[in-house]
Design a protein around this ligand. Structure first.
Ligand code: R5P
Length: 228
């Protein structure tokens, strides 16, 4: 039986095989995407000609250490493929992302990509989204007002994400409210509704964005599926 980390490594390495010479590649954030970056680094050092758009400062640092050429999203006319992890994946390929706080940049990079390949271990598969607290990125000004608004609208609790007893500040200077929906019946509607609340920058729902999932299992098997 493979450990969780071995499964992540396996799917990361399998996804790296999708990357062809000349491609512009969006590279995800998190413990699964870590293995993708390591595998791409190995290929680059062996001569693979690609350029990558990182989805966070953390990934930019890791990729630079691996000598992977990076470009800014502004300088990428089109991104051929983005490969990223997820916190929850439902049967329609809808996602919750942002457990690592990178949702905004990840969503922007994904939106600019021809394909979004999601790599994950089987524990991320769910029947319905919502047990994983949905990250909602908000501007720091008046964040408590936004929190009250969301909590009243949906009768839920949310928690300001912290680090070292201080509000966690994202790469783009925002805060994150982790919203405990438990069950999200209509993810597309919630995605739109949350983003219309003044002060909300974006949320971790990725709707109709994933084009393929690569899921690893403890027995070493990997299932690659297209998303309709
Ligand atoms: O903000 C972080 C990202 O959305 C990650 O891709 C997500 O949290 C999954 O991370 P991991 O592969 O570490 O479970």
């Amino acid at each position: 039986m493979l450990t969780a980390n071995e499964i992540k490594r396996k799917v990361g390495e399998q996804a790296a095989e999708l990357v062809q010479p000349g491609m512009t590649v969006g590279i995800g954030t998190g413990s699964t995407a870590y293995w993708l970056v390591m595998a791409l680094g190995e290929k680059v050092r062996q001569g693979l000609d690609i350029r990558c758009v990182p989805t966070s400062r953390e990934t930019a640092k890791l990729a630079s250490e691996q000598q992977i050429p990076l470009i800014a999203l502004n300088d990428a006319a089109v991104i051929d493929i983005t490969i990223d992890g997820a916190d929850e994946i439902d049967p329609q390929g809808q996602l919750i992302k942002g457990g690592g706080g990178a949702l905004l940049q990840e969503k922007m990079v994904a939106a600019a990509s021809r394909q979004l390949v999601i790599i994950a271990d089987h524990t991320k598969l769910v029947k319905q989204l919502g047990v994983f607290p949905l990250p909602v990125e908000v501007i720091p000004f008046g964040w408590k007002q936004v929190q009250r608004h969301i909590e009243a609208l949906y009768s839920i609790k949310s928690i300001l994400r912290t680090k070292d007893d201080q509000p966690l500040v994202t790469d783009h200077g925002h805060y994150i409210l982790d919203c405990h929906f438990n069950q999200i019946a209509d993810a597309p509607a919630l995605n739109i509704a949350l983003n219309t609340i003044p002060g909300v920058v974006d949320n971790g729902l990725f709707i109709k964005m994933a084009t393929c999932t690569i899921i690893g299992y403890p027995d070493g098997s990997v299932k690659e599926s297209g998303v309709d």
